[in-house]
Design a protein around this ligand. Structure first.
Ligand code: FES
Length: 285
């Protein structure tokens, strides 16, 4: 039975139908392929002609220009116009527009976000007000911004929050001690493998250990959130506030102390950490 399709088809399913049809055409005899391709090109040329006329008319009227901008914010309309070369792919402009639309929601919760750039699939943002920090609402707002940007601007695959990071400092000299492997020290990665602003989970016999590098200060904790024990390595590090936010339910922790800032009675389990000859050693208890 033929599957029926409606205007409710989303962009993904429509694109999948097109891909499937193109793949089927590629398997046809050369003469049939040529006919199918000619049909495809003729329909596309027809659509391009009509779309170009529509866009030209819209651009001639101030209200039309506004409508056009609204239309281009729709991923399906945008994809169609880009395919026909009628609009230029400009993720930065569209991301700004998406953020403008999300702004009333952010501001109603006391927050804001500023889009600095979009480059190589990454949107660089600065967060303000209650979007910044480590409360549950800040986490929710950041999630909201991320969701709308990734959904509305397919060229963006991830966000990066810009901060005024302090200049890198050298690792604590007191950490430069010889590891005594007989006392349970476990060799971890090289320091260069955990650059500033990143974290890494390493397996040990006593469970996974999370190594965090915040502004070139290394810390080690059991990789288990103090809320429900889930892993923290997919969480969000905020170098400006020195916090780590759990990806599961948004509990926020002070990276230097492991103290939970969302539920003060909770605490991450810290482990001793040393650096010897550029190698990180941890001692899970
Ligand atoms: S498991 Fe981390 S906040 Fe729930």
């Amino acid at each position: 039975m033929t599957q029926s399709h409606t205007v409710a088809d989303d962009l993904e399913s429509v694109a999948a139908r097109v891909d499937a049809a193109v793949a089927a055409v590629a398997k046809l005899e050369p003469s049939a392929q040529a006919v199918a391709l000619e049909l495809k090109q003729a329909i596309e040329a027809f659509h391009k002609l009509a779309l170009t006329t529509m866009v030209r008319h819209l651009k001639q009227d101030p209200r039309g220009k506004e409508l056009l901008l609204e239309l281009v914010a729709d991923p399906a309309v945008y994809a169609l116009l880009v395919m026909h070369g009628i609009v230029r792919a400009d993720p930065l402009t569209r991301a700004r527009r998406v953020l403008d639309n999300a702004r009333p929601y952010m501001q109603s919760h006391g927050g804001d976000a500023e889009l600095v750039d979009v480059r190589d699939g990454v949107a660089y943002l600065r967060l303000h007000g209650s979007c910044n920090g480590c409360s549950l609402s800040a986490f929710t707002l950041r999630k909201h911004v991320e969701e709308v940007l990734l959904r509305e601007v397919p060229e963006i695959s991830r966000l990066e929050v810009l901060t005024d990071q302090p200049a890198p400092t050298i690792l604590r000299p007191e950490a430069q001690m010889s590891p005594d492997e007989t006392k349970g020290w476990v060799r971890g990665p090289a320091v260069s493998e955990v650059p500033s602003g990143q974290m890494m989970s390493i397996p040990t016999e006593r469970g996974n250990v999370l190594i965090v590098n915040l502004a070139n200060r290394l810390s080690a904790y059991r990789n288990a959130c103090a809320h429900q024990g889930r892993p923290l390595d997919g969480g969000m590090l905020d170098p400006e506030n020195g916090t780590l936010t759990c990806p599961w339910h948004g509990f926020c922790f002070d990276v230097a102390s492991g103290e939970c800032l969302t539920a003060p009675q909770a605490q991450l389990e810290p482990f001793p950490l040393r650096v010897v000859d550029g190698i990180i050693w941890v001692r899970p208890q």
